[in-house]
Write a protein of this length. Structure first.
Length: 323
């Protein structure tokens, strides 16, 4: 009983601490110190995504990966050193792209407002603007995050939910970050843009339980289509996560999942829980979709996970290195 009370106290303490930190964020945080920051970020992000629209999905994913490990502190952007392997060099992050784009935006902001705006805030803004540029929703981003000084690859696998998690594991993973089942199903909707390597889901096509079988949760016709694109050993080819509209942020992902055509086990898992299944079916059929507003709300909520504010952390001069 004493142990249970101790654990409960820790969770309550962490929840209060996280909430207090998040209250340090506010829309218009840089109104006096760098009033043009959002305009600069939007201008540079527009240039980047206009030239390379496929970068939007990796940048959005980078923001998610950052927030789930040590909170939204820009630790995903730090380079490894001779005595430390950083988050970006852990296996789940090896496929991330867009670090140079964040550096480019940071450089533009530094020219106007040196030493004022954190890399964590810049990543959050770029993720929002990249989504908007692919015809997704706009949302006001509370700012004021500070940059962390620690980035450790060993923490990634512990904190980041992998694509093979079942619904129980997914809900627990999100709950540990203060996000609920609705946030899970809403944020999964980001799979409406981008692509994935065949190797990330090929087990579902060729050897699901180790006996050369396929995943029964995946539509058989879709399996046949994917097999034509991906051989069992393919490690180079990419497949659209939302076929036909992978460069447009829309609710098409939910139509795919509802037809048992979610690419990852974690996508199919959304049909295993009453709440997440109901949301998938609603967005798959609703003409007056709430997805955009829901996504905006969940992104703001995710962007507040374990943030550093006030005098915590630092404002990095360059995003890949601590000061």
């Amino acid at each position: 009983m004493a142990f249970t009370k101790h654990i409960l106290f820790i969770f309550v303490f962490l929840a209060i601490s996280n909430k207090c930190n998040a209250q340090g964020l506010k829309v218009g945080f840089y109104k006096k110190t760098c009033p043009s920051v959002e305009a600069i970020v939007r201008k540079e992000t527009t240039r980047i995504i206009s030239a390379a629209p496929t970068l939007a999905a990796p940048i959005l994913r980078m923001h998610f990966h950052d927030c789930f490990v040590r909170g939204c502190d820009g630790s995903i952007l730090l380079n490894s050193t001779s005595n430390n392997q950083a988050e970006k060099d852990s296996f789940p992050n090896l496929s991330l792209r867009g670090y140079g784009s964040i550096d480019r935006v940071k450089s533009a902001v530094e020219k106007q407002c040196p030493g004022v705006v954190s890399c964590a805030d810049i990543l959050t803004l770029v993720a929002r603007d990249a989504t908007l540029l692919l015809k997704g929703p706009f949302w006001e981003v509370p700012l004021g995050r500070r940059d962390g000084r620690v980035s450790n690859s060993t923490e990634v696998l512990i904190n980041l939910p992998p694509p093979f998690f079942n619904i129980t594991q997914l809900i627990a993973s999100f709950a540990s970050k203060g996000l609920n089942a609705k946030d899970l199903v809403v944020l999964s909707g980001s799979h409406t843009i981008g692509t994935s390597q065949c190797s990330s889901f090929s087990t579902r096509l060729y050897n699901f339980t180790g006996v050369g079988d396929t995943d029964p949760a995946l539509d058989s016709n879709y399996i046949a289509q994917l097999r034509r694109k991906c051989s069992p050993t393919d490690t180079t080819k990419f497949v659209e996560m939302d076929p036909g509209s992978f460069r447009t942020f829309d609710q098409g992902y939910y139509a795919q999942v509802a037809k048992r055509r979610g690419l990852f086990t974690s996508d199919s898992a959304l049909l295993s829980d009453p709440e997440t299944r109901a949301y998938v079916r609603l967005q798959a059929t609703s003409k007056g979709s709430t997805f955009f507003q829901d996504f905006a709300n969940s992104m703001v909520k995710m962007g507040k996970i374990d943030v550093l504010t006030g005098n915590q952390g630092e404002i990095r001069r360059t995003c890949a290195f601590v000061n």
